[in-house]
Write a protein that binds this ligand. Structure first.
Ligand code: UDP
Length: 365
């Protein structure tokens, strides 16, 4: 019997591990699959609701590392995860994405000579001021199996000198979840609950430190959202980081009455909001991909993207952080000047199957 530990820590991780867990269930006579939650995101709205929506079992381990600086969080997760590894002695650790838990657990496993698989390897924003970029680069360099979602990932890993035999282009597990849950997403009542009409609202999400941590920029961002709210109904599910900053800067009361402000929303309802939006304006990583898959217009308020296929092939537009440009781009879309898009290669709901198929051959299970 082989043993695999999958690590989850933050909201996007739950969505990425759910399809892997589903496929590994079909191997249950040969593989014991253990889920370890580091506790990075721990509350009801950022964690618990995802376990319910995505039918994930209660984690076998919860390291309960909440908050702290990057160094504190990474170090605490390493200390706690090492205990789990020494107890369980797994054959493989699976990490996903680019959060601190991804880096902390891959280093810990690698130093104990336990093989590491990184799902969503090779993505690069080429912006080392983003903590995620540091996490991605370091995780990739110590991983034994690198599973890539798009062409750019293959090129980046090649440039960084990663041995090609470790790299596998498999598609996108985030899209596996979307593909699998689409029938449920289509039945969500969220539009009714929020009194929204399909294709008649703009959906906003913002949480990147660069966009929400500065008072000057966040004030301008709120002004820009308000400007668009004069033209269209808006929905703004607010990330906890952003909620704190809006409050700290006294901006939480400054949002236009045409903006429906909510707490973070569970996966099924949120994806229904994404699918039915006329336009999404975001700085999220995952939402660039989900909107591309669903063919929904997306404006990314960042200077770079680690997911260039969403711009090259999909409906995403990388507009930058200049807010006058964001408003112009949004107005164009509201005037029906739309960007055509296609679904990127291998984003077909079968990435987790490909990953487990490769691992089963390599690890012999
Ligand atoms: N998401 C959600 N509810 C929300 C906001 C996001 O279910 O209110 C989901 C959505 O699928 C998104 C994922 O969480 O792709 C990750 O979101 P986030 O933008 O926080 O992380 P990033 O992808 O930027 O790391």
């Amino acid at each position: 019997m082989k043993k695999i530990i999958s690590v989850v820590g933050a909201r996007p991780n739950f969505i990425k591990i759910a399809p892997v867990n589903k496929v590994l269930k079909t191997y249950s006579s040969r593989v014991k699959h253990i889920i370890c939650h580091t506790g990075q995101h721990f509350d009801e709205k950022m964690s618990k609701v995802f376990f319910e929506d995505l039918e994930l079992p209660k984690p076998d381990y919860n390291l309960e590392v909440h908050g702290g600086s990057h160094a504190e969080q990474t170090a605490k997760i390493m200390v706690e995860f090492e205990k789990v590894l020494l107890e369980e002695k797994p054959d493989l650790v699976i990490v996903v994405g680019d959060v601190n838990s991804t880096l902390a657990c891959s280093i810990t496993a690698s130093k104990l000579h336990i093989k590491v698989a990184h799902i969503e390897a090779g993505l690069r924003s080429f912006d080392r001021e983003m903590p995620e970029e540091i996490n991605r680069i370091l995780t990739d360099v110590i991983s034994d199996f690198l599973f890539v979602t798009e062409d750019s990932g293959l090129e980046n890993l090649d440039h960084e000198g990663i041995d090609k035999s470790k790299v596998h282009f498999v598609g996108n597990v985030m899209i596996d979840s979307l593909y699998h849950y689409l029938p449920k997403i289509e039945k969500s009542n969220i539009l009714k609950e929020l009194k929204l009409t399909s294709k008649d609202y703009i959906l906003f999400t913002f949480h990147r430190p660069r966009n929400v941590d500065s008072k000057i920029y966040l004030t301008e961002l709120v002004d820009s959202i308000n400007q668009l709210a004069r033209r269209s109904t808006c929905v703004f599910p607010v990330h906890p980081r952003t909620a704190n900053k809006l409050q700290e800067f006294g901006l939480n009361t400054k949002l236009h009455s045409n903006i429906i402000i909510t707490e973070p929303i569970g996966y099924i309802d949120f994806m229904c909001l994404v699918k039915s939006a006329r336009l999404i304006i975001t700085d999220s990583g995952g939402i660039q991909e989900e909107s591309t898959y669903l063919g929904v217009q997306c404006i990314t308020v960042r200077d770079n993207t680690e997911r260039p296929v969403t711009v090259k092939v999909g409906t995403n537009q990388l507009i930058g952080r200049k807010l006058s440009k964001v408003i112009n781009a949004a107005n164009k879309i509201l005037d029906n000047d739309l960007k055509k898009g296609n679904i990127p290669e291998l984003w077909d709901g079968k990435a987790a199957e490909r990953i487990i198929d490769i691992l089963s051959k390599k690890l012999d299970f």
